[in-house]
Design a protein around this ligand. Structure first.
Ligand SMILES: [Zn+2]
Length: 301
C-alpha cells in the first residue's frame, strides 16, 4: 500500500513539474514576441528615432552624392574659365581704371627741356594767313602764312576768327618750325642775349634747344594782337591776350607757359604761346590752373 501511494505522489509531482515547465515556455515565447514587436530588434520607439535621423540624413547623403559630380564639373569649369579670363580682363582694366585721358594720343605730345622729340616732323602741314583774314586753309607756303599740323588748322583758324569776331586784332606770329629752323633760332637768340644754354638768369628757357621746342610739333602757335618784333610782357596788357586766355579752351587750346609756373614748365612766361590739346583736356587744364607737365603727372599710369 505504501508503495502505491508513493507512486501516486511521484506521478502528481511529475505532472505538476510538466505543467510548470509548459507555462514557463509560453511566457518566454510571448515575451520574445513583444521584444520583436516593440523591442530593440523591431520596436518603433528605439529605431523610430534612429530612423528619423537616418531619414533626415538619407536625403542629404544622396544630395551630396548628386552634388559631388556637379561640384566636380564646376571645379573643372572654374579652373578652365579663369584661365582665359585673366588674359581678357586685365587688358581693358588698366585703360578703364587708369585715366580719362590716353596720354599716347597725339594731342598730348609732351615736349620740353627734358623731353626732346629729336628730328620729329608732322606728317601734314596746312598754312594759314598770319592775319587770319581768310577762312580757307592753304596747302602751300608764302611769306605771309604760318604752317601748323593739319589736324589743328581748323581749330586754330576758328580760334583766331573768334577773337576777330569779338572786335579784337589778332596776329598768327609763329607756327611750325623745323629742327634746323629751331637750331638757327636758338643760336641767334643765345648770341643776342650773351648766353649759351638758352636760359635767363633765373634758369628759365627763353629759347629752346632744337628738338625741345613745341613749335616743332606743329601743334602750337604764337598769337599776338599784331606784329611785334619782340614778344615780351607787354602782351599781358592787351585785350587780345585777355580774350585768348579766357576762350582758348573752347577751341581746344591752352596757355602753355603761364605766369607763376616757370619752375614747372622750365620756360619763362609767354602770353602768346597757345598749344592745342583738344577741348576736353584744354578745359581741364585751364579750369584747374595746370600746365601740360602737371596734366601728364596727374594722368600718367
Ligand atoms: Zn611759342
Amino acid at each position: 500500500m505504501k508503495n502505491r501511494v508513493g507512486r501516486i505522489i511521484i506521478g502528481l509531482l511529475a505532472l505538476a513539474l510538466l505543467g510548470f515547465y509548459t507555462y514557463r515556455q509560453e511566457q518566454i515565447h510571448w515575451h520574445s514576441v513583444d521584444v520583436e514587436a516593440w523591442g530593440p530588434a523591431g520596436g518603433l520607439h528605439p529605431e523610430g528615432f534612429e530612423e528619423g535621423v537616418a531619414m533626415n540624413a538619407a536625403p542629404e547623403t544622396p544630395v551630396q552624392m548628386s552634388y559631388a559630380p556637379a561640384a566636380t564639373e564646376e571645379a573643372f569649369a572654374l579652373t578652365e574659365e579663369p584661365v582665359p579670363a585673366p588674359a581678357e580682363v586685365p587688358a581693358p582694366a588698366p585703360a578703364a581704371e587708369s585715366s580719362p585721358f590716353d596720354l599716347t594720343d597725339w594731342k598730348y605730345m609732351l615736349v620740353n627741356g627734358d623731353h626732346s622729340i629729336g628730328q620729329y616732323e608732322p606728317e601734314n602741314l596746312v598754312y594759314l594767313n598770319m592775319t587770319a583774314d581768310e577762312t580757307d586753309l592753304q596747302t602751300s607756303y608764302n611769306p605771309n602764312r604760318i604752317a601748323v599740323d593739319a589736324r589743328i588748322a581748323q581749330p586754330l583758324l576758328d580760334f583766331a576768327l573768334g577773337c576777330k569776331a569779338a572786335g579784337l586784332p589778332v596776329y598768327l606770329s609763329s607756327g611750325y618750325r623745323s629742327y634746323s629752323e629751331q637750331a638757327a633760332n636758338f643760336t641767334r637768340i643765345c648770341q643776342n642775349n650773351g648766353i649759351s644754354d638758352g636760359k635767363d638768369a633765373r634758369g628759365h628757357y627763353i629759347t629752346m634747344p632744337a628738338g625741345c621746342s613745341e613749335h616743332q610739333t606743329g601743334l602750337c602757335c604764337d598769337i599776338t594782337d599784331h606784329y611785334r618784333e619782340i614778344k615780351n610782357d607787354e602782351i599781358f596788357q592787351t585785350e587780345t591776350f585777355a580774350w585768348l586766355r579766357d576762350h582758348c579752351a573752347d577751341y581746344g587750346f591752352i596757355l602753355r607757359f603761364p605766369t607763376g609756373k616757370e619752375d614747372v614748365t622750365g620756360v619763362m612766361n609767354e602770353g602768346w604761346h597757345f598749344r592745342y590739346v583738344g577741348e576736353e583736356a584744354a578745359h581741364y587744364i585751364m579750369d584747374n590752373g595746370l600746365t601740360l607737365e602737371e596734366f601728364w603727372q596727374q594722368f600718367s599710369v
